[in-house]
Design a protein around this ligand. Structure first.
Ligand code: SF4
Length: 405
C-alpha cells in the first residue's frame, strides 16, 4: 500500500468526499511535501499537516504519536484559529485509535520496499500511483509535478528538507543530510500520461518543490525528459513551466520548446557568482544559468527566471542580464533561512536575512526589470497563465524536434 493510502487510513471509515463531521468534508491527501490532509470547511479548503509528535513541530492537536497543524488551503483566506483548532482536534481524535496500526503499516511497507533495493542506496528507484499535485488558487489553478523527491543539489536554505526528512523518518529510514539522497520516480512518465488524459488542462509546473528536475541523476534516469515527452505527446496540450538550478536543462531545450506554451526558466538569486557559490555551492554557476536561458530562448522556448530569495549582488547588472534573456521574472523574498542560518552570519551576507533589505531589493529589481521591458510576476504563474483552464492551442509556430531528440 502506498503512503498516501496509509495516511488516509488514519481517518477510516471516512474516505475522500465523505464528511468527517457535519460541514467538514475530506477533499484530498498528499505526501508530496510532508503528510497533508485537505478538508473543505464551510466552502474553504484547509490543510491539516501530520507529523511525528516527537519531532517537536508546532501543532494544534496531538494524538499519542502524531501531531496535527493547520494552514489555509488554496483559497488563501486565513483560517480562524477556532476553526483550525477544532478541525485538528477532530482529526487527532479519529487518528488516535488507528495510528499504531497505520504507522506500523508504513514501516513495514518501507522495509519491504527497501529489501527490493540494492543495499542502502541513497538513490532509490521507487514507483508511484499518482504524480500531479493540485496547487494554486481557484482563480489560478495549476499542478506541480516532481519526477524526484530529494535533491542532490542540496541547498541549505531549501525549505523542502524538513518535510521530506519527516516522511523519511516516518518510513524508518536512517537520517541523512539533505542533498545526499533522492527517490527516483521511475514510472512517473507512465502515470503522467494517464493523468493527462483525465485531469483538467491546468498549467503544469516542474519546479524545485521537493527536488530539482535537472539535478545530477536526471542525466542517468531521464525521468524529467520522459515526463516532458508525455506532455508533448498528450492529446490535450498544456502550458508547462520547467524551473531549475542546473545546466542540464539545456539538453531538453528543444523538447521544452516543442510543447505549446513551453516555458524554460532558471532560479537566479544574484548575478554575483561568489555569492551564488556561498549559498548554492552545488548549483550551476551564474554564467551557466544565463547560458541555459540563452539556449532555451534560441531553441524557441518561452523563458523566465525566478529570483527568490534576493541575495547580495548588483541589482542593475542582474536586471540587464535577465532582460537580455527572459520574457518575465518572478520575484519573491526570503521566507525562512532553514538550515542556512550560518550562511548569513558573515558580515557580507548578514543584511540579506533582514526582511526590510529583502523588500527593498525586490522593489529595486522589479523597477529595473520593468524599465527594461520585462514583465514581473509575484504569484505562482506568469500573468498570462493565471486562470488558464483550457490548454494552449497547438500551432506550427514552435520548432519541431529532430528525430531522436
Ligand atoms: S535546487 Fe531547489 S530543490 Fe534542490 S536543494 Fe536547492 S532549493 Fe531545494
Amino acid at each position: 500500500m502506498d503512503l498516501r493510502s496509509r495516511i488516509l487510513e488514519l481517518l477510516s471509515p471516512t474516505c475522500i468526499g465523505d464528511e468527517l463531521m457535519p460541514g467538514v468534508r475530506l477533499l484530498d491527501a498528499s505526501t508530496e511535501l510532508g503528510l497533508r490532509l485537505t478538508f473543505s470547511v464551510g466552502g474553504a479548503a484547509i490543510h491539516v499537516e501530520v507529523s511525528l509528535r516527537d519531532e517537536g513541530r508546532a501543532a494544534a492537536a496531538h494524538s499519542e504519536r502524531l501531531a496535527f497543524a493547520y494552514r489555509a488551503g488554496p483559497s488563501a483566506a486565513p483560517v480562524a484559529p477556532r476553526v483550525g483548532l477544532a478541525l485538528c482536534r477532530a482529526v487527532a481524535a479519529r487518528a488516535a485509535s488507528r495510528e499504531h496500526a497505520v504507522l506500523e503499516g508504513v514501516r513495514l511497507d518501507a522495509a519491504a520496499a527497501r529489501s527490493s533495493l540494492e543495499g542502502t542506496a541513497r538513490v532509490r528507484e521507487v514507483t508511484i500511483a499518482r504524480l500531479l499535485e493540485p496547487a494554486g488558487t481557484p482563480a489560478a489553478p495549476y499542478f506541480t509535478l516532481s519526477p524526484y523527491v530529494g535533491c542532490l543539489i542540496g541547498c541549505r536554505f531549501c525549505y523542502a528538507q524538513t518535510r521530506v526528512g519527516s516522511v523519511r523518518r516516518l518510513e524508518g529510514l536512517p537520517p541523512a543530510p539533505w542533498g545526499s539522497y533522492v527517490d527516483v520516480r521511475v514510472n512517473a512518465p507512465e502515470i503522467l500520461a494517464q493523468e493527462l488524459e483525465s485531469l483538467p488542462p491546468y498549467p503544469l509546473k516542474f519546479c524545485p518543490i521537493v527536488s530539482d528536475p535537472y539535478h545530477a541523476v536526471e542525466r542517468r534516469f531521464e525521468v524529467t525528459r520522459g515526463c516532458l515527452l508525455a506532455i508533448r505527446d498528450a492529446a490535450r496540450p498544456r502550458a508547462t513551466l520547467v524551473l531549475t538550478r542546473a545546466k542540464l536543462i539545456e539538453r531538453d531545450a528543444a523538447l521544452i520548446a516543442s510543447i505549446p506554451a513551453g516555458y524554460g526558466g532558471v532560479s537566479i538569486p544574484t548575478v554575483d557568482d561568489d555569492v551564488r557559490r556561498h549559498f548554492e555551492a552545488r548549483g550551476a554557476s551564474i554564467a551557466e544559468r544565463l547560458g541555459a536561458l540563452d539556449t532555451l530562448r534560441d531553441a524557441g522556448a518561452r523563458t523566465f527566471a525566478i529570483v527568490q530569495p534576493l541575495l547580495p549582488g548588483d541589482v542593475l547588472q542582474l536586471a540587464d542580464a535577465l532582460a537580455a534573456r527572459v520574457e518575465s521574472v518572478r520575484i519573491d523574498t526570503l521566507h525562512s533561512v532553514e538550515n542556512a542560518a550560518e550562511d548569513f552570519t558573515a558580515p557580507a551576507y548578514a543584511e540579506a536575512s533582514d526582511p526590510g533589505w529583502q523588500a527593498d531589493r525586490a522593489l529595486a529589481l522589479a523597477d529595473a526589470l520593468r524599465q527594461r521591458g520585462v514583465a514581473v510576476w509575484t504569484g505562482e504563474l506568469p500573468d498570462e497563465l493565471v486562470g488558464v483552464a483550457e490548454g494552449p492551442r497547438r500551432t506550427d509556430a514552435r520548432p519541431t524536434l529532430e528525430p531522436g531528440s
